[in-house]
Ligand binder design. Structure first.
Ligand code: SF4
Length: 373
């Protein structure tokens, strides 16, 4: 039977960060309880119609740790009504919203991985991006997570933030060294259209580092993390051996997954679907016993191949040429010969029984994708 992943979205936060355009809202406490009931109905709807086994779960947001742990318990009880064979169960948390009791509940529910939104260990930078926590609070919560017995700890960190420079990132790396997490996602700031930073940038009021410095700093990050045995296994993801995210790999391998909740996307039966991002519309759909889907796209063979290439080349291990041939009945090196040759000549690809980007190739990956799409 098909083993698939499940993503569950919790769209509530204590405060909106300046760079954020996710489906995540502060000051909507009254919506939390009805939202969780709707989420349970949505999961139940799928469960009645699909016979699958769920083997990875990811509760993301928003800030899942912001809501009452009893509500997380209700959600998890519902998901356990599916057939499950859980290999990885992650919950996202933000410093300032965790405590011992919540962590105890998560542990009891079988959650085995915490992804903590640290973003930076520099208080000045945290303030500049509108986070509501300090370094001290993040360090305290990391201790709580370890004390609660979670062996698999991941951090989110960010690059190219206002006020951030080489020194600030070096200090972040010192903290990483001391804390010794198992996994890190280190993303560069993206100016999403609905965010406060996007508007500030349009007005020329956002002071970010120049792109050469950003590349130099990211190179340093890759080298330093590698020394700590945190190997880059995807463009922005680093892990100790055996701690690569199984749930994310489902996205990258083109495997199936449910997307439950506001703004969530799922991929089932060759169809990608996206739920509404509007909380009132989500509520209305579920009350009317309808799925809250606003967009559905059938992924045909060509599209699947393109997505596979993009996702796999974003991983350090790249594409296994034999697997590609079996999957798509085509020789990758032949089919994309012109573009591959050009990038290979310039030292952007390594080719053996696999094809993967070199370190300098990674930074030009988008140009390759544009050529072949
Ligand atoms: S970045 Fe995370 S914590 Fe901040 S508003 Fe967005 S979802 Fe909430």
């Amino acid at each position: 039977m098909n083993k698939i992943g499940a993503y569950i979205h919790i769209p509530f936060c204590e405060k909106k960060c300046y760079y954020c355009d996710f489906a995540a809202f502060p000051n909507l406490e009254n919506w939390i309880r009805p939202y969780v009931s709707n989420l349970i109905k949505e999961m139940n709807f799928y469960r009645q119609r699909m016979d699958v086994i769920i083997d990875t779960i990811y509760i993301g947001g928003g800030t899942p740790s912001y809501i009452d742990a009893r509500l997380i318990e209700e959600i998890v009880e519902e998901i356990y009504k599916f057939k499950t064979d859980i290999k990885e169960f992650t919950i996202e948390a933000n410093p300032n919203s965790l405590n011992k009791e919540k962590l105890k509940t998560y542990k009891k529910l079988g959650i085995n991985r915490i992804s903590l939104g640290v973003q930076s260990f520099d208080d000045r930078v945290l303030k500049n991006i509108g986070r509501n926590h300090t370094r001290e609070r993040a360090l305290r919560d990391i201790d709580l997570i370890r004390e609660a017995g979670f062996k698999n700890l991941s951090f989110d960190l960010m690059l190219n933030l206002p006020g951030q420079d080489m020194d600030s990132v070096k200090k972040d790396l010192d903290f990483v060294k001391k804390i010794n997490p198992d996994h890190i996602s280190w993303y560069s700031l993206i100016l999403d259209k609905g965010s406060r930073f996007y508007a500030l940038d349009k007005e020329g009021k956002l002071d970010l580092m120049d792109s050469d410095l950003e590349v130099d700093i990211f190179d340093m990050i890759i080298d330093e993390l590698s020394r700590l045995n945190l190997k880059r296994y995807e463009v922005s993801n680093f892990a100790k051996q055996g701690f690569e995210s199984l749930h994310n790999k489902k996205y990258w391998n083109g495997e199936g997954y449910f997307g439950f909740g506001l703004g969530a996307s799922g991929y089932l039966l060759n169809t990608r679907y996206t739920n509404t991002r509007n909380l009132a519309i989500y509520d209305k759909f579920i009350r009317e016993n309808k799925l809250p889907i606003i967009n559905k796209e059938f992924i045909d063979r060509d599209e699947k191949e393109k997505e596979y290439i993009i996702f796999k080349l974003r991983e350090a291990q790249g594409i296994n040429l034999k697997t590609f041939k079996e999957k798509f009945k085509a020789d990758f090196l032949e089919k994309y010969k012109e573009s591959v040759d050009k990038f290979y000549r310039d030292g952007f690809f390594e080719i053996s029984d696999r094809i993967s980007f070199t370190k300098k190739g990674f930074s030009l990956s988008n140009e390759f994708f544009l050529e072949i799409i």
